[in-house]
Design a protein around this ligand. Sequence first.
Ligand SMILES: *Cc1c(COP(=O)(O)O)cnc(C)c1O
Length: 395
Amino acid sequence: MGFAPFEKKIWLSSPTMHGEELKYMKHAYDTNWMSTLGENLNQIEQMICEKVGCNCAVPLATGTSALHMAVKLADISHGDKVFCTDMTFGATVNPVVYEGGEPVFIDTERDTWNMDPNALEKAFGLYPDTKVVIAAHLYGVPAKIDELKAICDKNGAIFIEDAAESLGATYKGRQTGSFGTYNAISFNGNKIITGSAGGMLLTDDFHAADRVRKWSTQSRDVAPWYQHTEIGYNYRMSNVIAGVVRGQIPYLEEHIAQKKAIYERYKEGFQDLPIQMNPFDAENSEPNYWLSCLLIDRDAMCRQARSDNEAEFWEEPGKSCPTEILTKLARLNAEGRPIWKPMHLQPIYSQNAFVSLGEDVGADIFARGLCLPSDNKMSVAVQDKIIQIVKRCFD
Ligand SMILES: *Cc1c(COP(=O)(O)O)cnc(C)c1O
């Protein structure tokens, strides 16, 4: 299409290191605290509690294990239904299955691309015995938390936030990850800050945090030998990983500012195209802008076909589609990504219930949306070229 490929791959979102990470990792090494205890772990517990505004932050191996511990704390019984965000990464909902529960998927609203409170309300009408709700903040955009929580309260259900993508984002001035009874954050390699891996369970409940500390270290009882009265997990974070996290936390706000600038440059660059950026409630929330996404207007979509494993498109003047844009970006060595394929469309969850208000909003956003390269090390010149490539798709 007349563009030279990028010499160095432009990533969707890659780790951005600053140097201090190495200092804290080396400190773990030099003092031989190379295992699952140490100063780095103690420090990041404090730092995250302070940042998010919660009483307890338990360092764990991954965000997924944090979600597993959150679901376990919610104490579901075998076969219990759990209402889950539908358009999200599989790790939001798989822990429900680990605990013997049955995810019921709640459709997406168009204002923030998160769980639709009206669909959640409807779901409680259909399955009134449900006692747990797990809501993600997609791509760092806070969900309609007040509405979701009010419905949970009315129905006596526990609210769990999957804040894996939204660390640093605020809703009505408060950090995501502080609203639910038990919440999870992630330090996976592509998140807004990273430990290379890692996650945390956040809660205000000291007793719950203690239970997670015990479960995540093989549920060892207080006894002279290894004794167990509960099932255990090997989910604790290493002090070396915690060193990376400790070096990253001071840069969270800087990363958010860079991601925000990227989002705004895309928005400006796409002004004349039949495209909307992923929306948020500017009055009540400030996202962390983890990934910039776009949605193509319905009447500007060219034909696109997706099977379970393949995608195709047919070019049309003045129109485009996610498959065309992603294909052309990939050819030029830039990484975009489809929107998370909704859980109710996943082969593994095709038998689970899905509650929508009629129209399948998640399927529609999946069809017309995509995640743009959002790496905070991307230069303005590189981003301008990406904007030009996207524009060319609509010629
Ligand atoms: C990344 C992510 C997780 C899982 O975090 P890991 O640290 O990779 O286990 C969970 N939920 C969402 C929405 C995520 O994006």
